[in-house]
Design a protein around this ligand. Structure first.
Ligand SMILES: *[C@@H]1O[C@H](CO)[C@@H](O)[C@H](O)[C@H]1NC(C)=O
Ligand SMILES: *[C@@H]1O[C@H](CO)[C@@H](O)[C@H](O)[C@H]1NC(C)=O
Ligand SMILES: *[C@@H]1O[C@H](CO)[C@@H](O)[C@H](O)[C@H]1NC(C)=O
Ligand SMILES: *[C@@H]1O[C@H](CO)[C@@H](O)[C@H](O)[C@H]1NC(C)=O
Length: 333
């Protein structure tokens, strides 16, 4: 790890910048101090802000001065553009925030440094008390959001999850993110997999054509100093696994073979039954043919005309009446 240049700065500033930090001794009356100073640490953002100081009977603008201190030093230093490292000017500023966020020009405070910040109001030789924010280390105090741009691709009984880290960390800092995935089938039991070092995670051995819901989180671990932080879970997203063409073909073949085997077993069973109960079946199907009753009678007594015999027996009574009336009607006229 290359030595952070800021470590030398306190020494340099101790020699050169001391006069600035000392408040004028002959301040008239004290100004009220800025209220609610806060340090906002999110991703790589490092922003100190406070509430403005307003004076009832004075319209001249109040300005502010921010100073910082490392835990390794007893001295406070101005946040000044002349500092090669921080590259921001928060000395005699009218705005109510001081932004240390690293940019192309400024590196910000090293994320593993223990920093204290303080701010005061100034107006033409009059100053307020200093107000100090609690010390912080970026890695220890930063809010760790969920991994970003989570992109899930359904695979064959699997899900491929890709994402970006919650924020970039410099390769030189002894810090890494590891990731965990929490996933479950609808109304199923939650499972957690991890830690993963890569930001491409493949969840294998899932059932095809099922919906799985999942969340991802990041954990920051720093070796120097020893810090371990758990980040927020991403919001829940659900995804359906797929079946790839070869597996689908396999399934079709399996079903076809299964159906064929089932039919074979059924056919075999029938054949076996036929063999076993052959005599019984023969009995059912080969019962002696019976002759209709009239034909039987006719055969017994061929003198009786068969058609008449059939008519007599089979026509219902009503039919007989009809035929009688039709026959008798023309006879009346
Ligand atoms: C403004 O008023 C305060 C009291 O409210 C007083 O102490 C201060 O001297 C006044 N400042 C000026 C410039 O008159
Ligand atoms: C950071 O520094 C402050 C004093 O400036 C100290 O009280 C605190 O314990 C330090 N924190 C760590 C983690 O070293
Ligand atoms: C910092 O900013 C203030 C207000 O914009 C300005 O008056 C001051 O000269 C600046 N300091 C440096 C060192 O540039
Ligand atoms: C940073 O975290 C430590 C504990 O981990 C806490 O004591 C300190 O007050 C925090 N600093 C800020 C500015 O929140």
């Amino acid at each position: 790890m290359r030595p952070p240049p800021l470590l030398l700065l306190p020494l340099l500033l101790q020699l050169g910048g001391r006069g600035l930090a000392a408040p004028p001794a002959d301040s008239l009356s004290q100004l009220p101090a800025p209220q609610n100073p806060k340090i906002h640490l999110h991703k790589t953002k490092q922003v100190l802000s406070w509430e403005p100081v307003s004076l009832d009977n004075d319209t001249r603008p109040v300005v502010y001065r921010v100073q910082y201190k490392y835990s390794t030093s007893n001295d406070w230093f101005n946040v000044d553009i002349s500092e090669a490292h921080v590259w921001v000017n928060c000395t005699k500023i009218t705005s109510t925030e001081c932004n240390f966020t690293p940019t192309s020009l400024s590196k910000g405070f090293p994320p593993h440094f223990n920093i204290s910040l303080r701010v005061r109001a100034e107006l033409e030789g009059r100053v307020s008390d200093w107000v100090t924010v609690p010390w912080f280390q970026h890695f220890r105090n930063v809010t760790i959001g969920p991994p970003e741009n989570i992109w899930v691709t359904p695979g064959d009984g699997s899900l491929i999850i890709r994402f970006y880290p919650p924020f970039d960390i410099e390769a030189s800092s002894k810090a890494t993110f590891v990731y965990y995935v929490r996933y479950w089938e609808r109304e199923g039991i939650q499972q957690v997999k991890g830690p993963f070092r890569s930001n491409v995670i493949v969840l294998k051995d899932l059932k095809p054509l099922r919906t799985y819901c999942l969340q991802v989180n990041a954990q920051l671990s720093v070796t120097e100093p020893d810090i371990s932080r758990v980040g927020h879970w991403s919001s829940i997203t659900c995804h359906e696994t797929i079946v790839d063409a070869s597996t689908e073909l396999q399934q079709i073949i399996l079903i076809a073979v299964g159906t064929f085997l089932l039919l074979s077993v059924l056919a075999g069973g029938c054949f076996f039954l036929v063999l076993k109960y052959r005599s019984l079946i023969k009995h059912w199907f080969q019962s002696p043919p019976s002759i209709p009753l009239q034909i039987e009678e006719y055969l017994k007594d061929p003198a009786q005309p068969i058609l008449e015999a059939l008519e007599q027996d089979s026509s219902p009574k009503d039919d007989a009446w009809d035929s009688v009336s039709i026959v008798s009607f023309p006879g009346k006229e």
